[in-house]
Design a protein around this ligand. Structure first.
Ligand code: FAD
Ligand code: DLZ
Length: 507
């Protein structure tokens, strides 16, 4: 009996669980469908990347002799959704059984569960920690802190380990990885790939169908197959990894990539695997080409944070993304979608997001995320924005980062205190403030940076919630030491700012 093997747009590797089950007579089903391409208004570069990589992967499977049924977006027979396409192909091939690899989003897992065919969802074992392993780790713990999970992953993988101990004697070199931005970036950024014929076709398709989405297709340079992604990885290891650690948290105007790897989109789509990227970094350290703080910092992001946020997503279930523990309900301002703002840090982050479908971690966390949290934006609106604008966005990796780490909307599952800061942090870590309309050192009145006003407004309005948090005692002590009239001025100016922002005024 013919079986259908479903391969989704972020499962593009021969080593994905469902494809390992392939045997003669099976049909691999791949489909570009409107539902996946529009359940959020994805950045056009994300859609182009996904479709181009899907078409090339399907072609490679066919070349290897697999039977592939591929549906393009503009195929008149296209059923418009993954389950619709499965039903159509089932009828075409007389199949009733489907083997799938568990999707990275609950909505699609549930759609497959509801599909009237016999669908078997295999666990996605492209990750180092299985669901069962993460559940066992989490069970009975009062706090699910990433650091403890990370150490288990180090032991499990043997990465940067010697005789059961971390090399260099320390697990974590984060303290060495907070250098402020240097004058300039001394390498040329991620490796660029000129679009070939397949990619050009996709770019035209995406231009026709998705040009109303936020983001530009101009200058598309992404890798769209595994071989290219490996070259991009090697390029980064050689030219940027050595300084990745030092400047991991730094930001400079007009430098969208700094020393970051730009590989999350390739990892998440299956073009690279977590172990191969970590081995590449570890090899550079062994060869003396990259320092330990850089390599440990990178490996921690991949086997620590990446695995941990996925573990939280599946552990907490479909409702996690709906949490709003701080009951924040303001609307996301239009300047997140490119309207003018005088806050240079936000304008820079949003404009590079529009251009490249990319911002690095500290921009996501301490610029846009920090602002949204301070300003009281609804966390689901915030998550919708992040899901819409980044090429590496999928709910499995987004939720614990946005709902948990960035917006504290899960009440402290991921973070022990909210990631909030006044203008001081952005000023110290970036070059944004020097050319800004607002002044980071000005706390109230003309030119006062909104981050300064909103920081105290946030702490004040959530005092009841955070007063028992020992990690926030110092912040409240500083607030309480301020003269009463100064506090009143800050709160009133913050209110004026929030009202102006809500009315769409230039802020
Ligand atoms: P680098 O800085 O070079 O880091 C190396 C790799 O480590 C990344 O490619 C990524 O695979 C992994 N990594 C680093 N930090 C994290 C993290 N916190 N969670 C998961 N993986 C991590 N990452 C996504 O892949 N998709 C998302 O949708 C996403 N949304 C985010 C939203 C917010 C609010 C925040 C704060 C972070 C988010 N991240 C997300 C994590 C991180 O910002 C990106 O992985 C990173 O910026 C991608 O750029 P890079 O490949 O240059 O990463
Ligand atoms: C991101 C994406 C897009 C834009 N389009 C498709 C598509 O047409 N077909 C497909 O199989 N996958 C697509 N994807 C990736 C899926 O959205 C992804 O598999 C789910 O969100 C689960 O992670």
């Amino acid at each position: 009996m013919t079986r259908l093997i479903l391969v989704l747009g972020d499962q593009l590797t021969r080593d994905v669980a469902a494809l390992r089950e392939y045997r003669d007579g099976d049909v691999v089903v791949m489909a570009e469908v409107a539902e996946e391409a529009s359940y959020v208004p994805h950045h056009p570069k994300k859609i182009a990347f996904c479709f181009a990589a899907m078409r090339k992967f399907a072609a490679a499977l066919k070349e290897d002799g697999l039977n592939v049924a591929y549906t393009t977006l503009d195929d008149p027979e296209n059923a418009g959704s993954i389950t619709g396409e499965l039903l159509r192909r089932a009828e075409e091939f007389g199949a009733t059984e489907v083997i799938a690899t568990e999707p990275g989003e609950w909505r699609l897992i549930e759609a497959l569960e509801d599909c009237p065919l016999d669908v078997r969802q295999l666990e996605d074992d492209r990750f180092l920690a299985s669901h069962a392993q993460f559940e066992t780790w989490a069970k009975g713990r009062k706090e699910l802190r990433m650091e403890w999970f990370y150490r288990e992953m180090r032991r499990q993988t043997g990465l940067l380990m010697e005789g059961g101990e971390p090399v260099g004697g320390k697990w974590n070199y984060d303290h060495d990885n907070r250098k402020p931005a240097p004058g300039e970036v001394d390498h040329s950024g991620p490796m660029n790939f000129t679009p070939d014929e397949i990619t050009e076709d996709i770019l035209s398709l995406v231009e026709r169908k998705f040009s109303m989405n936020f983001g530009t297709l101009d200058g598309f340079f992404f890798a769209t197959e595994a071989g290219q992604a490996r070259r991009a990885l090697a390029h980064w290891v050689r030219y940027a990894l050595p300084k990745f650690g030092d400047y991991q948290d730094a930001m400079l105007p007009d430098e969208p990539f700094m020393w970051h790897s730009f590989i999350a989109l390739y990892l998440n789509a299956g073009l690279l695997s977590p172990m191969e990227v970590c081995r590449a970094a570890e090899d550079a350290w062994k060869a003396g080409d990259a320092p330990l703080n850089a390599v440990e910092g990178f490996i921690r992001q991949v086997i620590g944070w990446r695995e941990y946020v996925r573990g939280i997503y599946y552990l907490k279930g479909p409702d996690y993304a709906q949490e709003n523990w701080l009951d924040q309900n303001r609307q996301l301002p239009e300047f997140f979608w490119g309207a003018e703002t005088r806050m240079r840090c936000i304008a820079q982050t949003v404009s590079q997001t529009r251009d490249h479908a990319y911002a690095h971690h500290i921009q996501r966390l301490m610029v846009t995320g920090n602002f949204a949290l301070l300003a009281g934006i609804n966390p689901q609106e915030v998550q919708h924005w992040y899901m819409s604008v980044y090429a590496d966005a999928y709910e499995w990796v987004m939720s614990a980062n946005v709902i948990g780490m960035s917006q504290f909307a899960d009440g402290g599952v991921v973070a022990s205190k909210p990631y909030v800061s006044s203008a001081n942090y952005v000023d110290k870590m970036s070059g944004y403030c020097s050319g800004c309309h607002y002044k980071p050192k000005v706390k109230t009145g003309e030119g006062a940076c909104p981050f300064n006003l909103l920081y105290w407004h946030f702490l004040d309005r959530h005092r009841e919630t955070f007063k028992g948090n020992p990690r926030m005692g110092q912040m409240y002590a500083t607030w309480d030491r301020m003269a009463e009239d100064k506090r009143a001025t800050i709160l009133s100016e913050a209110e004026t700012f929030l009202n102006r922002m809500a009315q769409g005024g230039l802020v």
